[in-house]
Design a binder for this molecule. Sequence first.
Ligand SMILES: Cc1cc2nc3c(=O)[nH]c(=O)nc-3n(C[C@H](O)[C@H](O)[C@H](O)COP(=O)(O)O)c2cc1C
Ligand SMILES: O=C(O)C(=O)c1ccccc1
Length: 363
Amino acid sequence: MIPTLTDLRERARKRLDPRVYDFFEGGAGGETALHENEAAFRRLALLPRVLRGAATRDLSVTLCGDRLAMPVLVSPTAFHRLAHPEGEPATARATAAAGTVLVTGMAATVPVAEVTAAARAVQADAAVWFQLYLQPEPEVTLALVRRAERAGCTALVVTVDSPVFGRRERDARHGFDDLPAGLAAENMRGLPGATDDRPRDIAMSPGLSWDDLRRLRAQTRLPVLLKGILHPGDARIAVAEGVDGLLVSNHGGRQLDAAPASIEALPAVAEAVAGRIPVLLDGGVRRGSDAAVALALGASAVGVGRPVLWGLAADGEKGVRHVLELLRAEFDHVLALCGGGSPADLGPDLVVARGSVRGGEAR
Ligand SMILES: Cc1cc2nc3c(=O)[nH]c(=O)nc-3n(C[C@H](O)[C@H](O)[C@H](O)COP(=O)(O)O)c2cc1C
Ligand SMILES: O=C(O)C(=O)c1ccccc1
C-alpha cells in the first residue's frame, strides 16, 4: 500500500512527542482558519474540459527566475529538527530531488548555508529561498539578508502576517514555549541580542510599514516576495511598490483565526494583481486537485507546510520525497483529467461551488 498524506500524518503523530505534534498541527484561537483552509477546498469543484488534444503534459513553472518542475513548493516551517534529527538538510535534499523550491527561514534549526549546500549536493541548480521576519532594528534584518545571499538563496520571502505572534492554545495547554536543549534557531546566532550559547530571539514587529520594506528592497538585488497577503488593497500597494511576488496565506491558520481560508482570499488578490507579478498560495493544500483549484483561481504555484513536516517526521528525507511525489503525481493526473497539458490551461472557468445547482461564475 502506498502511504497517503493521511497515513504519514498518523505515522508522524505516533512518532512525535505530543507537544511537538501539537505545535506543528495547531492553529490560533479556536482553529477556525486552520480548519477552513482545508474545508474551503472541499466546497469547490473542478469542471473538467474534454477533447483538448493535450497529448503530453509539462508541469513546470518559472517563478522569480527559478524553474520549478511542478507548481508546488515547500513553504517555510519552523524547527525541522523537532521533526527529525537531520532537520532542514533532509527537507532540502528531498525538495531538490523533486525539482522544486524550498523556502527555508529564520526559524530553521540548521544554518541557511548548510541547507543550500544540502540542496545543491542533490541538484546543482536547486533553488532555496529565505523567509524572514523584518526585525525592529534594520541592521539585524540586513545581517540576515547577507547570510541568505552568501548562502546562495535566490529570493527573499518576507512574512508580513505576524505583527504579533498568534495565540496558539495547544502550545499554551502544553506549556510549550521553548525548544528542547540542543535545538536552536541557528540563523539567529551572532546577532545583537544573541549570547555565546543562545541565539537572538526572533522578534515580531508591529510597527513595520511599507517604508521598512522599501529599505530592505534597496539593500538587496534578490527578488522579494510578501507572504501573508489576504487583502486586495495590500496586493495593489505591493504591486505599486515593485514587490516581486505575493504569497496569499493565513499562515496555516496560526495567526489571525478570524481570517478567511487562503483559497477564499485568492480570487480578489489575483484580480487586484492582474498578472503583473506571480501570486502564490498556501494553506490547506493536501491534494493535487487543491493545487489545480488554486492555479485555476489565479495562483502560479502553491506551497505546502504541514504535509512536509509529516513526511519528515514519518521517514526523514524519504518521507518528504514521498509527500512531494504524491502531490506531483496527483496534480499531473488532475491536469490530464481536466484536459490540460500545462498549468496555464487551468482557468477560473474550471472552478465551481459545490452545492449550487448552476455553479460558480458566469462562463
Ligand atoms: C509548524 C509550523 C511552523 C511555521 N513556521 C513558519 C515560519 O517560521 N515562517 C513563516 O512565514 N511561516 C511559517 N509557517 C506557516 C507556513 O509557511 C504556511 O503558511 C502554512 O503552514 C501553510 O499551511 P499548511 O500547513 O496547511 O500547508 C509555519 C507553519 C507551521 C505549521
Ligand atoms: O510562524 C510560525 O507559525 C511559527 O510557529 C514560528 C515559531 C517560532 C518562530 C517562528 C515561527
